[in-house]
Design a protein around this ligand. Structure first.
Ligand SMILES: CC(C)(COP(=O)(O)OP(=O)(O)OC[C@H]1O[C@@H](n2cnc3c(N)ncnc32)[C@H](O)[C@@H]1OP(=O)(O)O)[C@@H](O)C(=O)NCCC(=O)NCCS
Length: 450
């Protein structure tokens, strides 16, 4: 065949491969899309990210995240813009212990710079030109007095004047906006109840908002690809403890040095994942969120958590967890002697050495077992502890050859159904359990095949 005849066939084959790769990629992304819907992400970035060439595509990606139903809070800084403003006005930029010394003239510059960066971001998110990823997008960007500030005051004899710290976050107000599908845009300033405005650190605003909202992710866009080791190699995963050890390392870039302590604190206070991602890479957020490998550094609290089988000295902690649930009728009462006798059936989850949840496994023989007494401390619910405990009990069950795991519950039916359990009739219970079945409680029976 002639070369001319070959060319269109090659092209067709290439297109077919591209299409197959595209379909495959799209399908692989589906679990992330489902997992992130309705979750809260706080994205924090300095003024440099917005001044850079990728500001427009960053807005495209924010738009995409919002259209997937992710609740977004954006927190921006404006350091280079403030510096520029100060330079133009001939005002010296002064810092003490990392805080800007903000006198009245400096505050004017801060307000001008922050105000214009805010409007710039708002404009970027309001694009809607046809033939761009923003076509048809209807993002509503909301700002407001969600942050109450207080003055930092005098530090080592130096009055920081209009530099402040976060005093309070209006969590209800933020949640109401996020529930409406609005993107909340916060800047690095806040006002005090006395009506004064304070210059805040972007990192502090992002951290306190993420912790207050119990955000699923806190993400810093920084001047390097992520957190690197001494040799400059990217560290793609760190525990909060490992990140804490690194946070003062002299090889870290200024952005990383500023955000890492807040990443550590946020992780330790329950923010699911903290990410550090470079803003200089097009589509960095998408690669970080929608691929297993990611592109930056992810910090999680894992090492603070431990899940293990319970011991005799855990009895006190177990009682503290389950007693309130026995009192309100959610769990069946187990006297202390029973707990002592059956302690080896319990698994316990600890956060920072505090018991936050428990679950038990009762073997009924013939490959059937009960998952019982699942409880998570009310203040710690919604962080995935319940699910971790169920997984733990399931793997203990599998290890002893259990094929059917059942659970009796009056109030948590849907929670179990969402985790693969199916409703069954009481007569499906093993005979010993059927005899003990308390007709008055009218618990539902749920079963999972392992
Ligand atoms: C059920 C329980 C163990 C879940 O613990 P948890 O650590 O909060 O669980 P997870 O974080 O893994 O899951 C939380 C999710 O379950 C949902 N959920 C909590 N209780 C629920 C219930 N009764 N029915 C349906 N869903 C429920 C939460 O809304 C949350 O959903 P979201 O992530 O979409 O917001 C906890 O609520 C608890 O201790 N309840 C009282 C004891 C109990 O009912 N035990 C079961 C009988 S043995």
């Amino acid at each position: 065949m002639s070369e001319q005849a070959d060319a269109p066939q090659d092209e067709e084959a290439e297109q077919a491969v591209d299409l197959a790769a595209f379909v495959d990629w799209f399908r692989r992304v589906t679990p992330y899309i489902n997992a992130f819907r309705g979750k809260t992400f706080v994205l924090a970035f300095g003024g440099k990210a917005i001044a850079g060439p990728l500001a427009k595509t960053f807005a495209y990606d924010v738009n995409l995240l919002a259209s997937l139903g992710i609740r977004l809070v954006l927190v921006h800084g404006a350091r280079p813009q403030i510096e520029e403003e100060l330079r133009e006005k001939g005002i010296e930029s002064r810092y003490h212990r990392g805080y800007r010394i903000t006198d009245a003239d400096t505050l004017d510059c801060v307000l001008d710079a922050v105000g214009s960066v805010y409007l710039e971001i708002e404009a970027l998110l309001s694009q809607g030109l046809p033939n761009t990823p923003m076509a048809g997008s209807q993002i509503r960007v909301i700002g407001g007095n969600f942050i109450t500030a207080r003055p930092l005051g005098v530090l080592d004899g130096i009055d920081l004047q209009y530099s402040g710290a976060v005093r309070k976050v209006d969590v209800e107000g933020l949640k109401a906006q996020l529930a409406l599908g609005n993107i909340v845009l916060l800047s690095c300033q806040g006002s005090s109840p006395t009506g004064e405005i304070f210059n805040l650190r972007m990192e502090e605003v992002a951290e306190t908002v993420a912790v207050a909202l119990k955000a699923d992710k806190l993400v810093y866009l920084t001047d390097t690809q992520g957190v690197c080791d001494r040799e400059g190699a990217l560290l793609d995963e760190l525990t909060a403890d490992a990140a804490a050890e690194l946070q003062n390392a002299d090889w870290l870039s200024p952005d990383i040095r500023r955000c890492l302590p807040s990443v550590v604190r946020a992780s330790r206070q329950g923010v699911g994942r903290a990410h550090v991602v470079g803003y200089a890479q097009d589509g960095a957020l998408l690669q970080e969120f929608f691929s297993r490998e990611g592109i930056g550094t992810v910090v999680s609290r894992e090492s603070l958590e431990r899940i293990r089988e319970a011991r005799a000295d855990d009895i006190g902690a177990l009682i503290a967890l389950i007693e309130p649930l026995e009192e309100d009728g959610t769990l069946v009462h187990r006297p202390r002697e029973v707990l002592e006798r059956e302690i080896d059936k319990f698994s316990i989850i600890l956060h920072d050495n505090m018991a936050v949840g428990c679950a038990a496994l009762y073997d009924y023989g013939e490959g059937v077992a009960e998952l019982a007494c699942l409880a998570v401390h009310p203040a710690q619910r919604g962080w995935g502890y319940g699910e971790q405990l169920v997984e733990r009990v399931q793997s203990r069950a599998r290890a002893i050859g259990i094929k059917r795991l059942f659970v009796l519950t009056t109030r948590t039916v849907h929670w179990f159904i969402e985790r693969g359990f199916k409703l069954e009739e009481v007569d499906q219970l093993p005979p010993q359990k059927r005899q003990m079945y308390n007709l008055q409680r009218r618990s539902k029976v749920l079963v999972k095949s392992l």
